[in-house]
Design a protein. Structure first.
Length: 383
């Protein structure tokens, strides 16, 4: 018996208003189910109608509780792990009315959801509800055709237009509640090493790009068009704040012979992006939210610099190499010091621990804390 999670209508599922006219409990739902009467077997038709109503009731409850965005992002888990056990998730139900129209038996059922069971199933499925600001995602996806690869980070200063793959990914992730970073607005001011400009980026370089653009997640991958008849898409997502790989996926699709035009390839890329996103996004959301900390705005004064170039070296170190740094903004310049505001995912102690113990710390330094709570970093031994 097939019933779609999203095919809801007034006659398919309605929220319950208590028989007395008051508001229903949060876990109560009204649902209508239909069963076909075959060979005069009314009992079996009624059983099927009740079963359908119970499933629709659970679907309606999940839509109301999770909201459309989280249902879309976790659709596969819901239909595979939550909906099939609908009967176990219902505390009790009552048939309020029933009728037969031709060979269709219909029942109106009031059901009460067992929220403890639902909560446990959602937890086991790893379904995470999205709260707070949208996840900022940066795409570093190259395109290879006839063995020749093209990618925007080779010349980040050029501000080239988004590729067809980037456009497809931007559209898919934006529809699912993410905030794709538009790198065409300009690359951050920094000195880009040869490794950052390479076609084949290591995880450290992908994370470095993510930090430069203040992304929460960086997605690295490749689109490959083979013999104008097959298109593949490989994606790997990394958590910029926590510094590790979240998940990866691969999808390939053939193009009908004789239809290898630009429009058809773009349509294929959009399908590939949508299919991969459906598999990767639930995991990305779960991991990105798992160790979420309050964002701190730290006032820091850097003292002991002999020239502005040394400040830029330290600033780029914070942006590229220190996990949790979202942005660095210069706030004041004095004769012997420069002050900055650092947006950091964590507190001041966590920031100092990651900076002072970092293997790539460009200068030796001591730290102090002022009475106003500002961090003072005093640089030593600059020659």
């Amino acid at each position: 018996m097939a019933c779609s999670l999203l095919s809801l209508s007034f006659f398919g599922t309605v929220f319950l208003y208590a028989e007395t006219g008051g508001r229903p409990e949060e876990n109560e739902v009204l649902a209508i189910g239909t069963g076909a009467v075959v060979s005069g077997n009314l009992a079996l038709a009624k059983k099927r109608a009740i079963s359908q109503a119970l499933v629709k009731g659970v679907e309606s409850y999940l839509l109301r509780r999770l909201g459309s965005q989280d249902v879309v992002n976790n659709f596969q888990r819901l239909i595979q792990e939550i909906i099939p056990g609908a009967k176990d998730e219902i505390e009790k139900f009552h048939i309020l009315a029933e009728d037969q129209i031709s060979d269709q038996h219909k029942v109106l059922v009031r059901l009460r959801i067992n929220e403890k069971v639902i909560d446990e199933k959602l937890r086991q499925a790893g379904l995470v509800l999205t709260e707070g600001p949208p996840i900022k995602v940066l795409f570093l996806v190259s395109e290879t055709k006839e063995g020749i690869g093209s990618y925007w980070w080779k010349y980040p200063e050029v501000h080239s237009a988004l590729s067809p793959t980037e456009l497809a990914l931007h559209n898919v992730f934006q529809k699912r509640g993410f905030s794709p970073i538009n790198r065409t607005l300009g690359a951050p001011e920094a000195e880009y090493s040869g490794d950052l400009r390479s076609l084949d980026l290591g995880d450290a370089d992908v994370l470095g790009w993510g930090r430069l653009f203040s992304a929460d997640v960086a997605i690295y991958g490749q689109t490959e068009i083979v013999d104008e008849g097959k298109v593949s898409l490989t994606l790997k997502a990394l958590d910029v704040n926590q510094g590790f790989q979240i998940c990866q996926g691969f999808q390939v699709e053939r193009i009908e012979k004789g239809s290898e035009d630009k429009v058809r390839i773009i349509e294929t890329l959009e399908r590939l992006a949508s299919l991969l996103a459906a598999r990767l996004i639930p995991t990305i959301i779960r991991v990105a939210a798992s160790e979420h900390e309050k964002i701190s705005h730290l006032g820091i004064t850097l003292r002991g610099l002999s020239n502005y170039r040394q400040f830029r070296v330290f600033r780029d170190f914070l942006r590229r190499d220190v996990i949790g740094v979202k942005s660095v903004r210069q706030t004041r310049v004095r004769k012997d010091s420069i002050s900055i505001e650092v947006e950091f995912q964590g507190d001041g102690n966590g920031f100092l621990n990651r900076v002072l113990n970092h293997e790539k710390l460009p200068f030796s330094m001591n730290f102090y804390q002022t009475e106003q709570g500002e961090i003072l970093l005093e640089i030593e031994d600059i020659t």
